[in-house]
Write a protein that binds this ligand. Structure first.
Ligand code: DAH
Length: 343
């Protein structure tokens, strides 16, 4: 019995000592099994109690129970200690320093072409225009015929079209919106709209893309004159390219306007003295325009004896290139962030 008791006390002392040294909950659990488990050392002691006399047994039983209770309590304490330490460690490693600057989330922005379209819209809205739209998949009638371009008209070849059927094509210009708008509004006056949108032509090089953007303009009212056209476009050019710009109208031809004019703006790079951009002329072409052809007014439902109008059409990519000095129009469609981030 003496031996048994001292052995039990030895197990206890050793367990308490080990307990203090253990650093993890797992190791703690292992030690618990080794001592108090089914095959544990203390459990083995209990089994040996069979060899004791009936008087000795309860005394030993008490010793074993005391030791077990003491050990279990020690386990609880150490386990709580270890948990607290682990929590401290976690708090230390996961600590957030709220004084550090944040990580910048990079945000996209509006594409330069869209920016230019919105700027054009703003300028014309400021002059009392409204915004109209038309379909990109268009009929031959609106894209050509209603614009005074009958079938077999040679001017149709000015534009290489993407036909879907004989009668349906991707619109080659925003001009069809002129007739669609007049059909919708007549006999209301005035008609004063711009129509921005995508157009399509069978072209692809540094200055042409098969899809590009135009903004069409149309004003119809009683007594509209070419000087109105010039005034509106001068104002537009100055708001777009700077207060000191001048414009000039050069005679040209479009089937849907008569007379027709191409509009040049004084060079935004050299101011008109002549440079590489304007090829020494001092002028840069920005759009086509003219007085709406009587036949077009008529097809739109207006009486050409009673009203007149002007129209114009500009390429948005061209405006963007000139405004920002972009070398190759295709950059506008490449979606290269190094390019786009400059706007
Ligand atoms: N639609 C013409 C083109 O794509 C541009 C144009 C010229 C539009 C004269 C007009 C205009 O409204 O009057 O080349």
């Amino acid at each position: 019995m003496i031996y048994l008791k001292s052995e039990i006390l030895r197990i206890k002392e050793e367990a308490l000592k080990n307990l203090r040294e253990l650093e993890s909950t797992e190791a703690l659990q292992e030690l618990k099994v080794k001592i108090l488990g089914k095959k544990g050392s203390l459990t083995a002691m209990l089994r040996q109690m069979g060899s004791l006399s009936p008087e000795e047994r309860p005394i030993m039983g008490q010793v074993v129970n005391e030791v077990r209770t003491r050990l279990e309590q020690a386990w609880e304490e150490r386990s709580a200690e270890l948990d607290a330490m682990a929590l401290q460690r976690r708090l230390a490693t996961e600590r957030i320093d709220i004084t550090l600057p944040g990580t910048r989330i990079s945000r996209g922005h509006i594409h330069p072409l869209t920016q230019v379209i919105e700027e054009i819209e703003d300028i014309f809205l400021g002059m009392g225009f409204q915004i109209a739209e038309g379909p990109e998949i268009e009929s031959d009638y609106y894209n050509f015929e209603a614009l005074n371009l009958p079938k077999e008209h040679p001017a149709r070849e000015m534009q290489d079209s993407f036909y879907i059927t004989e009668e349906i094509l991707l619109r080659t210009q925003t001009s069809p919106v002129q007739v669609r708008t007049m059909e919708k509004l007549h006999p209301q006056l005035p008609v004063k709209i711009i129509a921005p949108g995508k157009v399509y032509r069978n072209d692809d090089d540094a200055t042409h893309s098969p899809m590009f953007h135009q903004v069409e303009g149309l004003v119809v009212d009683q007594g509209i004159r070419m000087s109105d056209l010039k005034g509106i476009l001068l104002n537009f050019s100055r708001e777009m390219f700077g207060e000191s710009r001048e414009i000039r109208l050069r005679p040209s031809f479009f089937p849907f306007t008569e007379p027709s004019a191409e509009v040049d703006v004084s060079c935004m790079l050299c101011g008109g003295s002549g440079c590489r951009l304007c090829k020494g002329t001092g002028w840069i072409e920005i759009l086509g325009s003219g007085m709406v052809h009587p036949k077009v007014l008529e097809m739109g439902g207006y009486n050409p004896q009673a009203v007149t109008g002007f129209a114009f059409g500009m390429g948005v990519e061209r405006i963007a290139i000139l405004k920002y000095g972009i070398e190759d129009m295709r950059l506008l469609f490449d979606n290269d962030l190094r390019f786009l981030q400059q706007f």
